[in-house]
Design a protein around this ligand. Structure first.
Ligand SMILES: [Zn+2]
Length: 449
């Protein structure tokens, strides 16, 4: 088996690995690079392989940085199967359609080139094959299975075995064990090689109790000063976790009544898909659902699906809470709200997820006071806060625990999907804790097993 690192090494986005055996050539993930725009220039570069030569693609989960280049792959001649769990198939479709819409808007506004068209997305959808967790799928010369990664609905890590040969696992993105809805990450089987994500390879999240308290306090503060609380939402998972916690705060009267707008068509659709798959929930969430509580619906919540509904948020009186996409503020409806409220000292932007370098979200997170949004220069006067514990990713301790709890320690680990310092820090800790050799690969590197 040969593994090539084609993306998400020494950076967080653009996941793509090629696995070659004697008889087949497959990709694990085919994601977009994300920077200041949804489809940054990096994505337009040629693939380092002939798209038609790829036999199949295995998708770990539906986030854009893991599926975003599938339509480009199909456009360039890929004709194989795309394997993913059933929820991933559904979510990937809305993620790709949303990305196409965002690119279409950017094209109409600033003539930015589009990476693919709607027709390419529709074509891509035909190649998807749903596969359940734990089911072994035989490809030419290889067998693989998905295991629950606990990161977003339907997310998986992938274990691949060459017939009578080497075994390798690809972590995809690993979930935060404090996700209130999903099941925890499954156990890793014995592997020769493990590729592990390291988004938070050098950091620890705050405690779950603190995150709920902080969220509650920020909402109360916003209400007191008659402001607007803007929460940039990762449409899948973070939004649903947020709705789950808001449901708790509202139904237990822990915050005063306030209008809460969910202003993201993708998040609204993702929430509906989430509601279709209660069998993927953990015991606690499932019990709540069975007891009749709609865990993501509560008084005061308004979903604004159409553009007209969205525009009406502007006229709605303060105080109010707006949850909108994109989560890294590099596109989507959030930008219109930021133009309106970033310069307002009574308002607050609450960051609850990872902000990739180069994004507006990262600039705000870093405390920059002058930013450009939709071609407007803005003096940032709104308060910028962040709660790391809402991250959908495991932190350093959780990553190390996952390796430790494997059926057997992997023989060699490669830290991927992290900025260089994060990957390097995790590699050092893995080596120190377990005595396993751990490396941070470079883009284009190939290893032979
Ligand atoms: Zn992800």
């Amino acid at each position: 088996m040969k593994i090539s690192f084609l993306g998400a090494v020494r950076e967080v986005t653009g996941s793509c690995f090629m696995v070659e055996s004697r008889d087949s050539r497959i990709l694990v993930d085919c994601g977009m690079h994300q920077g200041s725009t949804v489809a940054s220039a990096e994505n337009f570069k040629d693939f380092p392989f002939d798209a038609a030569s790829i036999d199949s693609v295995i998708i770990t989960h539906a986030h854009l940085d893991h599926v975003g280049k599938l339509p480009k792959l199909v456009k360039e001649g890929f004709k194989g199967k795309i394997y993913a769990t059933a929820p991933t198939v559904k979510l990937a479709s809305i993620v790709l359609r949303d990305a196409e819409q965002v690119m279409e808007d950017a094209y109409n506004l600033e003539y930015r080139p589009k990476l693919f068209e709607l027709a390419d997305v529709e074509e891509t959808e035909k190649f998807f094959v749903p596969v359940d967790y734990s089911r072994k799928v035989k490809l030419d010369g290889l067998t693989f299975r998905f295991r629950d990664a606990g990161h977003i609905l339907g997310s998986a890590f992938v274990e691949i075995e060459e017939n009578g040969g080497a075994r390798a696992a690809f972590s995809g993105d690993l979930g935060n064990i404090h996700d209130p809805i999903l099941k925890p990450t499954a156990q890793l089987a014995a592997q020769d090689v493990l590729l592990i994500e390291s988004t938070y390879g050098n950091r620890l999240h705050e405690s779950v109790q603190d995150r709920s308290k902080e969220l509650k306090q920020y909402i109360i503060n916003t209400i007191k000063r008659n402001g607007v609380l803007i929460i940039p939402a990762f449409a899948i998972e973070r939004t649903q976790v947020l709705l789950f916690e808001l449901n708790h705060l509202v139904e237990n009267r822990l915050i005063p009544p306030v209008d809460i707008f969910l202003d993201s068509p993708m998040a609204i659709k993702a929430t509906e898909i989430m509601q279709e798959y209660p069998q993927y929930y953990n015991q606690t969430a499932l019990k709540q659902v069975c007891a009749g509580d709609d865990i993501m619906v509560f008084p005061g919540l308004q979903k604004t699906l159409t553009r007209d509904d969205s525009k009406r948020i502007n006229d709605s009186p303060r105080p109010k809470v707006i949850i909108a996409g994109s989560g890294m503020m590099n596109g989507g409806r959030i930008l219109h709200h930021l133009v309106r409220y970033l310069g307002d000292a009574r308002s607050m932007v609450l960051i609850i997820g990872y902000q990739a370098s180069g994004t507006l979200g990262r600039q705000l997170y870093n405390g920059e006071k002058h930013v450009e949004v939709l071609s407007e220069r803005i003096n940032v006067k709104a308060e910028i806060k962040s709660i790391g514990a809402y991250s959908a990713h495991a932190d350093q301790k959780q990553l190390l625990n996952w390796i430790e709890q494997a059926e057997q320690l992997p023989k060699h680990v490669y830290c991927t999907h992290g900025e260089e310092e994060a990957s390097a820090a995790l590699a050092t800790r893995i080596n120190e804790e377990f005595g396993i050799s751990a490396d941070v690969p470079r883009i284009g590197d190939t290893i032979k097993l």
